[in-house]
Design a protein around this ligand. Structure first.
Ligand code: PLP
Ligand code: COI
Length: 343
């Protein structure tokens, strides 16, 4: 199939869809070491049918973005954090780690090679970058594979949740996403396979996605299937986000915790967010690389709908957090040292 050309992309109407851009990076782990890796045009992965990724889900991934700035250059946001989180995920699944400097260099190679597909400044779009790692080779036993593929591809994206900065509604799920001592902290494929059914139920019922509760008592909010959760207390003074061993440590969330405290002068708390105490909050949001900040209009739980600030308007603190975060990402606002890396 023909590759997607930048001239064919409608940058003003991007969703979150796969594009076969011209280049991706691939490195292989064999005999205990990584190959140098190289850019390739082939968007298909050819692997043995006995590969652990196919049977036992030995795979992890990352999600990050490249941003076009006003002067036309392109930059990444905290790519070293994605490298480190992938290394943690690899540790959990007994996969080899891809070194941080090589990870960041490979991401830059992919972005540069597809640079004309990085959406223009002001379009609201970004180039989403997806590093993946998988266990491959004829290895049918339930043991870690001997060989691995590390690949990075990219695609131009717009808003992940349809509303963008217009609030959308979420529902709690009766399913669990992950167990406390399971793999919730790791960005592994199996977590997302487990989230397909609850996510589908939420979508069919008209919600943007579901919100998972703690797997022990189903009393506390954990996170959204594709983003972390935060609330702003009624007095407008505190940024609160759940703390749990089974949620993914969101790079966006930790960036917001820092910005809320140091740029907006808010108090910050990582703690318990009880589903029957949502009255504490005047605003709520989902945050992540794909989600950016997506305001939560309301949460439906056990037949009760709790509306936060509004179902149609974003709240003032959420808006300020969004402006500060995206200002840094698109190069309009100076961020903390090292957050932004030029491609
Ligand atoms: N939670 C889940 C389950 C996710 O898939 C993601 C996306 O990466 C996040 C949270 C947000 O993490 P980050 O801000 O690092 O993208
Ligand atoms: C991201 O925000 O990068 C994600 O990976 C979330 C989702 C698309 C799975």
């Amino acid at each position: 199939m023909a590759k997607v050309k930048a001239s064919d992309i409608d940058f003003d109407n991007l969703g979150f869809d796969y594009f076969d851009l011209p280049y991706r990076f691939q490195a292989t782990w064999k005999d205990g070491k990584w190959s140098e890796g190289e850019l390739t045009q082939d968007n298909e992965v050819h692997i043995n049918e006995g590969s652990t990724v196919l049977h036992y889900g030995q795979s992890d991934f990352e999600g990050m973005k490249a941003y076009r700035t006003k002067d036309g250059s392109v930059q990444l946001f905290r790519p070293d954090r994605n490298a480190a989180r992938m290394q943690n995920s690899c540790e959990r699944l007994l996969m080899p780690k891809f070194p941080t400097d090589k990870f960041v260099d490979a991401v830059k190679q992919v972005v540069k090679a597809n640079e004309d597909s990085v959406p223009p400044y002001g379009s609201g779009g970004t180039l989403y970058v997806r590093p993946i790692m998988m266990g491959v080779g004829g290895n049918i036993g339930v043991h870690p594979a001997d060989e691995y593929l590390f690949r990075i591809f990219a695609m131009p994206v717009g808003a992940y949740f349809k509303g963008g900065m217009t609030p959308t509604n979420f529902t709690t799920s009766e399913y669990d996403r992950a167990a406390h001592k399971g793999t919730g902290q790791s960005k592994v494929g199996g977590n997302y396979a487990a989230s397909l059914l609850p996510g589908d139920q939420a979508h069919k019922a008209g919600y943007s996605d579901c919100i998972y509760l703690d797997p022990v008592e189903h009393k506390k909010i954990e996170e959204v299937g594709s983003a972390n959760f935060f609330g702003i207390t009624k007095d407008g003074k505190k940024f609160v986000t759940p703390k749990s061993p089974s949620i993914l440590p969101s790079i966006t969330k930790y960036s917001l915790l820092y910005l809320a405290e140091h740029e907006l002068g808010l108090e910050v708390e990582e703690g318990d967010v009880y589903i029957d105490q949502l009255d504490r909050f005047s605003e709520a949001g989902a945050c992540g690389t794909a989600a950016v900040i997506s305001p939560v209009g309301a949460i439906e739980h056990n037949g009760n709908k709790h509306v936060f600030y509004s179902e149609t308007e974003v709240g003032p603190v959420t808006q300020k957090l969004y402006d500060t975060l995206t200002g840094i990402q698109f190069g309009d606002v100076k961020g903390p040292e090292g957050w932004v890396v030029k491609v």
